[in-house]
Design a protein around this ligand. Structure first.
Ligand code: BGC
Length: 812
């Protein structure tokens, strides 16, 4: 480790042009090196549910962790720390210096497409888990990157939307996770968001970036832009942005040099950006070749890693209803029903995607544990085509699983002609080609028989030949988002009736889009809904218990798009009701990270929210259903009772503006204040497999007289709540004791101020003590533009979610 004097001496050796060159990335995910000052190139990788590596598509096989929401549902900082350690080991295997995570935007409107990547609607839970994750990563020498600073809670018009948030709300909710993570874990980097905040781009937010984060909080790390987010040279450089990503092109370079020469930007500002970059390099070992990459880290398919990922996933799964049907009796005859059972969704869409070695479906996981599971496919859950499974197609040139890829330039010269071991390819990024091809041809033989959906995914002008028939298809972008062609490309299919393999030749002409992904589509055509419901009911009535798996896919839970409803897609609600009407017992597993509507809730016997569980998902669900690992999760976001019945709902900007009009009454805070109807399920709800009595609930203040709710951060008057909890069930279980502060002042929302998890044996009692976080006793005073202590009386609620309050402790 070096000091600022040394860093400044290195900076002084560079001329302005050389300094500025270092402040824009070298490639999509790497930075420039500069041998003359001992700076090596640094590599960044998404993040946050795995370490994808330097390639967006087709990179190495890496571990796919459960998504952030599922990790958060364990309400366990040790588990979040362990996740950080796993990611550090994954990064070290691939020589990655910085992992682009955690995502700590809040679950504001449940419609937000990207909530799956973030932890919760609560800022304390989010901030504390983020700090643990960062400590797990950085404790192993790999940098973390908090993202996205700030007010980036929805995806619609994400590059231009202006989030309008009052100062108190910004401080008390949306900046708070960043503040907590900075204070408790000193992250080495932060990412500035795409959006504007109160009319100023996040990448130019002098008030947030310089005054608050670097100034008030004393943060000394590197602030990078989100990818392609930087819109200016002078205003961004002066507004606290240190690094433009990606490169090598970008709005800084010559323009920033000119801005310095013209006096718009002081050279000292450039020096400060570079000092922060060199400080990061020093921390991750990229200065003077200091890093020695540890070897022997377990691979993603290593049995110890697999068992670890299964445990992490199962721990956060949340039992939200149970009449005793769970855990499943291992001798029961089980009918397992639903598309999400056979094609379990293990990751969300967008930059968080990775390429795992496998994704265990629930059908595979449960069948590995129980004999005689009858698996019945469900109704369609997607409206857009997806890439074919690798084993469903073969390369017509050599018969191997995969497709044949040919690329030519505008003169017809061949740029590539090869077999691809995948059904998706990229263009313009990670394709290894010297230039953007004019024509790309994908060829495949789609195996199987009977009606099949065959087609392509990808932006462009296509000519498809399918078993001799020719189709001209124009697939354009739906939004102005440059990343759409990569993250959420459009597709087209036709149904082919044939009893033998079908030949597809798809030729795509360049479309003016400079990067994206293309896939071959080929799989069974959808069956009539009535047939599916009939088969499901028949299987359910012949079993002791029907397990129906429903959920969302990466059409809803994705970067770059928001949802329009919380209803399950397709005819999944009808499927559950049809099964519940005939089954002896019905257990529903929800394979989704974020709230869904459950109109059949009272018709079924048990519901397990399984989140998006990662590569070992099917095994984790099986362990949770059977009670091999207790699904001890508690919800991290309230489930509204209906579309719109949430304190913050709309995600579509009006004239470019998204108003956070609910202020700090967001999520459970707003439901509790009656600003939205009671939710179907409260934040904090979760039954686990235990049952609990609370006794001897008491509050003490750590320090002498005067200490208590009036105390602010840094004071020694922290509030501690103690409770005796007795596990009245016949199984060991984990309880999460949650403490909320309910101020008498109705202008101040209720808020989580602390929690503590404890494992208790069957019939045993434990004393739990919850250290409440003094930072939650603050309110932002808009008049003085500073923090003030909450005044007046308040009550502490000791609760299992605000729908199940076990004790009320009046304060002051
Ligand atoms: C996302 C970031 C991500 C970056 C790099 C952007 O589209 O918003 O979270 O880290 O891409 O892939």
């Amino acid at each position: 480790m070096t000091d600022d004097v040394d860093l400044d001496a290195r900076i002084a050796r560079l001329d302005l042009e050389s300094k500025v060159r270092l402040l824009t990335g070298a490639t999509m995910f790497t930075l420039h090196d500069e041998e003359s000052i001992g700076l090596g190139s640094m590599a960044f990788s998404d993040g946050p549910t795995g370490v994808r590596g330097l390639e967006f598509i087709g990179g190495d096989e890496v571990a796919l962790l459960p998504n952030a929401t599922l990790i958060a549902s364990a309400w366990d900082e040790d588990l979040a720390h362990e996740v950080g350690q796993v990611l550090a080991e994954e990064a070290q295997r691939q020589r990655i210096h910085v992992v682009l995570g955690p995502t700590i935007n809040l679950h504001r409107s449940p419609l937000g497409g990207r909530l799956f990547e973030a932890y919760s609607e609560d800022p304390l839970l989010t901030g504390r888990l983020a700090a643990a994750y960062v400590n797990g990563l950085q404790g192993n020498g790999v940098g973390a990157c908090l993202k996205h600073l700030v007010a980036n809670e929805a995806e619609t018009e994400r590059h231009t939307v202006n989030s309008v948030v009052d100062e108190a709300t910004l401080r008390e909710l949306y900046l708070l996770p960043f503040e907590i993570a900075v204070e408790d874990a000193h992250p080495w980097s932060i990412m500035a968001a795409y959006n504007d905040v109160n009319g100023v781009p996040a990448t130019e937010q002098d008030a947030v970036n310089n005054d608050i984060v670097k100034g008030e909080w004393g943060w000394d790390g590197l602030l990078m832009s989100d990818w392609f987010a930087t819109r200016s040279a002078g205003p961004a450089a002066n507004g606290g942005l240190d690094l433009v990503m990606p490169g090598p092109e970008g709005p800084w370079g010559r323009a920033l040099v000119a801005a310095v020469k013209d006096g718009e930007v002081a050279e000292a500002v450039v020096d400060d950006h570079l000092r922060r970059l060199l400080r990061l390099a020093d921390r991750v070992g990229a200065l003077d070749g200091a890093v020695t990459w540890p070897t022997g880290r377990p691979g993603p398919a290593d049995p110890t890693r697999r068992a670890q990922l299964e445990r992490i996933a199962a721990r956060g799964m949340t039992v939200v209803r149970n009449d005793g049907s769970l855990p499943l009796n291992p001798d029961a005859r089980v009918a397992l029903i639903g598309r999400h059972a056979t094609q379990t969704v293990d990751m969300g869409g967008g930059s968080a995607q990775v390429r795992p070695p496998h994704q265990v479906s629930i059908a595979e996981g449960l069948s590995a544990r129980l004999d005689g599971v009858v698996v019945v496919d469900g109704v369609e859950v997607r409206s857009r085509p997806v890439a074919a499974d690798l084993d469903a197609v073969s390369d017509p040139h050599d018969g191997r699983a995969g497709i044949h890829f040919t690329a030519t330039d505008s003169d017809g010269a061949v740029l590539a002609d090869r077999h691809v071991d995948d059904t998706t390819v990229s263009f313009g990024v990670d394709d290894g080609l010297p230039e953007l091809p004019a024509v790309i041809r994908l060829e495949a033989t789609v195996g199987g028989s009977g009606p099949r959906s065959i087609g392509v995914v990808g932006v462009g002008s296509w000519t498809l030949r399918i078993d001799g028939a020719s189709h001209d298809v124009e697939l354009g972008l739906a939004s102005g988002d440059v990343a759409e062609a990569l993250l959420t490309p459009p597709g087209w299919t036709t149904v082919v009736e044939s009893d033998s393999p079908v030949r597809l030749v798809a030729e795509r002409r360049s479309s003016g889009v400079s990067f994206g992904r293309l896939s071959v589509v080929g799989g069974p055509a959808p069956r009539p809904v009535a047939d599916v419901l009939r088969d499901a009911s028949a299987a359910a009535s012949a079993a002791d218990v029907a397990v129906v798996v429903v959920g969302l896919t990466d059409e809803q839970e994705t970067e770059a798009a928001d949802k329009e409803t919380l209803a399950l897609p397709g005819h999944q609600d009808e499927l559950v009701s049809a099964v519940a009407a005939t089954a002896r017992r019905t257990v529903v597993v929800v394979n989704a990270a974020t709230p869904v509507l459950m109109p059949w809730f009272d018709e079924v016997d048990a519901v397990l929210v399984a989140g998006i569980p990662g590569q070992e998902g099917g095994h984790a669900v099986a362990s949770a259903l059977l009670g091999v690992i207790e699904p001890s999760g508690r919800l991290v976001t309230s489930f509204p009772a209906a579309d719109g019945a949430s304190p913050a709902w709309d995600v579509v900007p009006v004239d470019g503006v998204l108003r956070y009009a609910e202020g700090s009454f967001m999520g459970y805070r707003g439901h509790h204040a009656g600003r939205a109807p009671e939710p179907a399920l409260w934040f904090g709800h979760g039954l686990g497999y235990g049952s609990w009595d609370y006794a001897d609930v008491a509050v003490s203040t750590g320090a002498g007289p005067g200490a208590g709710p009036g105390d602010g951060p840094g004071s020694d008057g922290a509030v501690v709540v103690t409770a005796s909890v007795t596990n009245t069930s016949d199984r060991p279980s984990r309880e999460v004791v949650q403490v909320y502060l309910e101020p008498d002042d109705v202008e101040q929302p209720v808020r989580l101020v602390g929690w503590s998890g404890v494992h208790v044996g069957a019939g045993a009692t434990a004393t739990v003590s919850v250290d409440c976080d003094a930072r939650m006793w603050r309110r932002w005073d808009a008049a003085t533009r500073g923090w003030a202590h909450l005044e007046g009386g308040a009550t502490l609620l000791v609760a299992r979610g605000l729908g199940d309050v076990r004790a009320r402790l009046p304060l002051g």
